[in-house]
Design a protein. Structure first.
Lengths: 302, 253
């Protein structure tokens, strides 16, 4: 199939199969996404990040744990592109290995919290009545605490480690998603297409999962992508406070924390992981912006 | 006249709780015989759509008696037999289709819910029946016009092979030429399948085209009942009906 006809096949108004319809909708979304250059840049950075994490053992020039006290606090040079830290470890290698930890944290939190939020929010909005009241008051209680303080309390209780930091962030991150999902559900639940499905005898769980979730999901995905930067920063914050990854794990927040002592004389020790966090956060924000163009139901269709 | 498929006695429907309670329907009696096409006419807010929604189980707060084919209904719960027997077509075709589901998915889900077999063949036949080719099968609602969407909604309503169709102003959101197409489609389908219609509209011309008998509603109650011959001749016992007829003739002049 030539290039032009593949495009026509994807963009046709009258798809012939289920697969073609799905691919066509996907391709249309991609076209919208592609027209947003910053979003594309964000995607490229994130693909690079994922690639770095996967191929860390091959990319990293040195071991992230190898100490060389004779070489400590070296500025960026041909041998150590991003310099070395207080124990003489190569910062570039540590950043590369640290991308795995960052991705693990972001990925897990981004999977757990919106899911909890989606479940609680849609059930509350769809059921209404006392179920709604109870679930939303619980949400309010969680919202009343500053997120990082609550996460700190969780980690303090569970003991400091990356897994516990992730758990703490996930458990404190869901309330805004629940709010969002509930608001979306309230606008959808009285729609005619829900009434029509009800008239066909669709059960409440079926309506919730097959009819309401797909419509809530897009705004949640956008919100998660935009919140990703905040999650990275919170995780880095926990690392900085010594409650996330434990030494010698090369977690970016913990690396900044290590560099704090030398920040005036040896700026690169704290600045390099800072730049990494900044770049990835920015990339997620750009990506979220692009996804909003594609997924926001107010902009699409009609 | 055969036994009524639908009978409604002293139906009252309200929204909200006192002191904000609104009584939308105040004591309506209706009987629709099998195979008949019955119209409910009235201006906005007369409670005509609310009657339909109460029958369909979409308005939970009502009192009185509703019987469909001998089955007595209560509250907002409806049995599987009811869902099989009664279906509804909604006013706004832009709101009655799930924006993320293709036509195929809508019909396939409906057929599954109605416990039908041989879904693939049935979808093709339904689309043919409502005058949409199979080229429309895998489209999303945003790839369809208003009239095409309403055809899909009608196909969905027909999927379970119902006996009674509740039509809630099925043409009022469409432009005039498309209105005529949909009305003709509904007329043909009724003839082919022996359907019973209960149709709500504010448009006397639409009701006159599709229905044999009609009731006129005002402020939540029925103020007049007449058949189409009376309507065409402008014979009516009620001032309000004469007023409506005059208004609709003025509209078209």
């Amino acid at each position: 199939m030539s290039d032009v006809s593949l495009r026509d096949w994807l963009l046709t108004d009258a798809p012939q199969t289920r697969r073609q319809a799905r691919l066509g909708a996907f391709y249309q979304g991609w076209l919208v996404f592609r027209s947003n250059h910053l979003a594309l840049l964000g995607l490229v950075i994130l693909v690079l990040l994922v690639g770095t994490a996967i191929f860390a053992p091959w990319i990293a020039p040195q071991s992230p744990f190898a100490q060389d006290l004779a070489d400590r606090l070296q500025p960026p040079s041909a041998e150590h592109w991003l310099g070395t830290d207080a124990l003489g470890r190569d910062i570039l290698s540590r950043l590369i290995w640290g991308s795995r930890i960052t991705l693990f944290i972001v990925g897990t939190v981004a999977l757990i919290s919106p899911l909890i939020g989606l479940l609680i929010g849609t059930v509350a909005g769809f059921a209404g009545g006392w179920v709604d009241q109870v679930l939303m008051r619980i949400t309010d209680i969680f919202l009343a605490f500053p997120k990082l303080i609550l996460a700190l309390a969780f980690v303090a209780a569970l003991g400091p480690s990356v897994t516990n930091a992730v758990l703490a962030l996930a458990l404190t991150g869901w309330p805004p998603y629940a709010r969002l999902a509930r608001a979306e559900t309230l606008t959808i639940r009285n729609a005619d297409f829900i009434a029509a499905a009800r008239m066909q005898g669709a059960s409440a769980p079926r309506l919730l999962i097959l009819h309401i979730w797909p419509l809530c999901l897009s705004s949640l995905i956008v919100r998660v992508a935009l919140d990703m930067a905040g999650i990275i920063l919170s995780a880095a914050g926990l690392g900085f406070l010594g409650l996330g990854a434990q030494p010698p794990a090369p977690e970016w927040g913990a690396m900044i924390s290590d560099g704090r002592t030398y920040i005036l004389d040896h700026w690169w020790v704290a600045a390099m992981p800072g730049i990494a966090i900044f770049l990835v956060s920015l990339a997620f924000n750009f990506l979220g912006d692009g996804l909003r163009d594609v997924l926001d139901p107010k902009g699409a269709g009609e | 006249m055969t036994a009524p498929i639908l009978s409604v006695a002293d139906l009252r429907v309200w929204f909200g709780h006192p002191p904000d309670r609104v009584d939308a329907v105040r004591g309506v009696d209706l009987g629709v015989s099998r195979g008949e096409s019955f119209g409910l006419v009235g201006e906005s807010g007369s409670g005509k759509s609310t009657v339909l929604r109460a029958i369909a189980g979409l308005s939970p707060d009502w009192s009185g008696r509703i019987e469909v084919a001998g089955e007595s209904l209560s509250g907002a719960r409806r049995s599987a037999a009811f869902h099989r027997r009664v279906q509804m077509v909604f006013q706004d075709p832009y709101a009655s289709l799930h924006p993320r589901h293709t036509v195929d998915r809508v019909l396939a889900e409906t057929l599954t819910l109605q416990g039908m077999d041989d879904i693939d063949r049935r979808i093709v036949r339904l689309l043919d029946d409502v005058g949409l080719g199979r080229g429309f099968r895998f489209r999303y609602p945003h790839q369809l016009s208003g009239g095409q969407r309403q055809r899909v909604a009608i196909a969905r309503a027909l999927a379970g092979e119902p006996e009674l169709l509740l039509l809630d102003e099925p043409t009022s959101a469409l432009d005039v030429s498309v209105q005529a197409e949909i009305l003709n489609l509904l007329t043909d389908l009724r003839a082919d399948r022996g359907l019973t219609y209960l149709m709500v509209s504010h448009d006397l011309a639409v009701i006159g085209h599709l229905c044999q008998r009609l009731a006129v509603m005002q402020a939540g109650g029925i103020v007049d009942r007449l058949d189409v011959a009376d309507l065409r001749a402008g014979r009516s016992g009620s001032d309000y009906t004469r007023h409506l007829i005059a208004a609709s003739q003025y509209q078209r002049a």
